[in-house]
Design a protein around this ligand. Structure first.
Ligand code: GLU
Length: 460
């Protein structure tokens, strides 16, 4: 069994495309079949190599591995032209040289009369041999198909145009190339967005004219933004790679996309193995799905929490480089990641928290300094106690903080907060005793001294 993802390279891989790719991939894996990637680059004006690269990069980052391809439709133009010629020879297609102006007037007239604006067949019997090539669509009868998701769909041939299958320069158009390629690549199930549902009856007529078996069709409902309109840039990032940049794990995004329109009971968290096992096209909702950034962020946090340190590190490396953070042997980055994975919503946040374990800083957050550095006594006292510690471990450090609180008769936060700021520079740190242990005694003490000096010289 085979299915395919067939993006047009006219932009990056977006959320909607990625969800289609995921469903096609899951369907193929579930059938122990093949997943084909086909780049539909027949629109020579709008297709770019940069978009091809961006799509491949997005697929790669998501881990949606394809078994065949990438195939490029432009490499198959000869085959497409051969099929166009076959249809011409069998009088199932004809040349048309109607001008744009004539077609425009025709369209306006028909619309005025309240009729369907379609080609009137003016050139059908002229026997021309130049111009665009039109498919000779049947005038009568119904095109009926059973969409796996939407159910039975029936269209009257009267509604369908004599569609253009080749431009006047001979290049074939989408509806022709898609039929030829799906047939030649032996695609069993065509899974795609429901923006193509109107093309399906035209394609079915082409299959029939060519005496080819029909694949199954499954049209995915669209994805809406929070305001109920079709998901677009207005709703925030729609490019898959923008989610990598914002610190999402690919498996969290995939998990989220899997739930966009598909469900298995109330379950929210799925591994990709589970998606493959449980995936059924018939369990996809007919109604559009809504994209919810907050839920995606929550899923990312959960996925980070439950991920292996190795996997987090694999994904974090890009962010560390991106933020120019250099990691050394001590402290062990694995221990740091383990410490941070319970508290970070994104890998961007994690990378910026990693920084304090390896890099000193010379500025402290001014607002927080104003708030927490009112009195130098707690920090000085703490410095003396910490210096004296013979083992640098979280529990001893915590004990030292407690002793300072007790001796100065102040609350834990009166020592903990300024200490946290002294160690992190921005107050962004988890359990302060653990953070101090991981930073190491020398660095922790020197940062504490720096904070005390800062206090001496400041007017707070
Ligand atoms: N190339 C089309 C698109 O990107 C998809 C065509 C198809 O799946 O049949 O919208």
């Amino acid at each position: 069994m085979k299915s395919r993802f067939a993006p047009s390279p006219t932009g990056y891989l977006h959320i909607g495309g990625a969800r289609t790719a995921l469903f096609v991939w899951a369907w193929a894996k579930k059938q122990h079949g093949k997943f084909v990637l086909r780049i539909e680059d027949t629109d020579l004006e709008r297709s770019t190599q940069a978009s091809v690269d961006a799509i491949l990069q997005g697929m790669d980052w998501l881990g949606l591995d394809y078994d065949e391809g990438p195939f490029y439709q432009t490499d198959r133009f000869d085959r497409h032209k051969q099929v166009v010629q076959q249809l011409l020879d069998e009088k199932k297609a004809y040349y048309c040289e109607c001008s744009k102006e004539r077609l425009q007037i025709l369209r306006e007239d028909l619309t005025k009369q309240g009729k369907k604006a379609k080609y009137d067949g003016c050139c059908r019997d002229k026997g021309l041999n130049v111009g665009v090539v039109r498919f000779n669509n049947l005038e009568e009868g119904l095109v009926v198909f059973n969409d796996v998701i939407k159910g039975k769909i029936s269209i009257n041939n009267k509604e369908l145009d004599d569609l253009i299958i080749a431009r006047s320069d001979g290049t074939p158009t989408y509806n022709l190339t898609v039929v030829v390629d799906d047939h030649d690549m032996q695609i069993d199930c065509v899974i795609r967005g429901d923006d193509h549902i109107n093309n399906t009856p035209k394609q079915i007529n082409l299959y029939q004219a060519l005496n080819w078996d029909l694949p199954e069709f499954a049209h995915l409902p669209m994805i809406l933004g929070s305001d109920g309109t079709r998901l677009s840039k207005r709703h925030g990032a729609v490019s898959v790679m923008a989610y990598r940049d914002a610190g999402f794990l690919p498996e969290a995004l995939l998990n989220y996309l899997a739930r966009l329109g598909w469900s298995h009971g109330d379950q929210e968290i799925f591994s990709m193995d589970e998606v493959i096992k449980l995936f059924e096209l018939k369990n996809i909702n007919k109604a559009p799905a809504s994209f919810n950034q907050e839920k995606l962020l929550w899923l990312n946090q959960e996925t980070i929490k439950n991920s292996s340190v190795e996997n987090l590190l694999n994904n974090l490396t890009w962010h560390l480089q991106n933020q120019a953070i250099t990691v050394t042997d001590t402290p062990d980055i694995k221990t740091i990641v383990q410490h941070l994975q319970g508290r970070c919503k994104t890998l961007v946040g994690m990378a910026s928290e990693v920084k304090m374990f390896y890099q000193d800083f010379d500025i402290l957050d001014e607002k927080l300094a104003k708030k927490h550095f009112k009195d130098k006594a707690p920090l000085k006292h703490l410095l003396t106690k910490l210096k004296a510690l013979s083992t640098w471990q979280a529990n001893n450090i915590k004990q030292a903080i407690k002793e300072v609180c007790f001796e100065l008769n102040i609350s834990f936060s009166k020592v903990g907060q300024p200490f946290r700021l002294a160690l992190s520079g921005n107050g962004n740190a988890g359990s302060i005793d653990i953070v101090a242990e991981l930073i190491g005694k020398d660095k922790a003490l020197s940062r504490l001294k720096m904070a005390i000096d800062f206090l001496k010289n400041s007017r707070y």
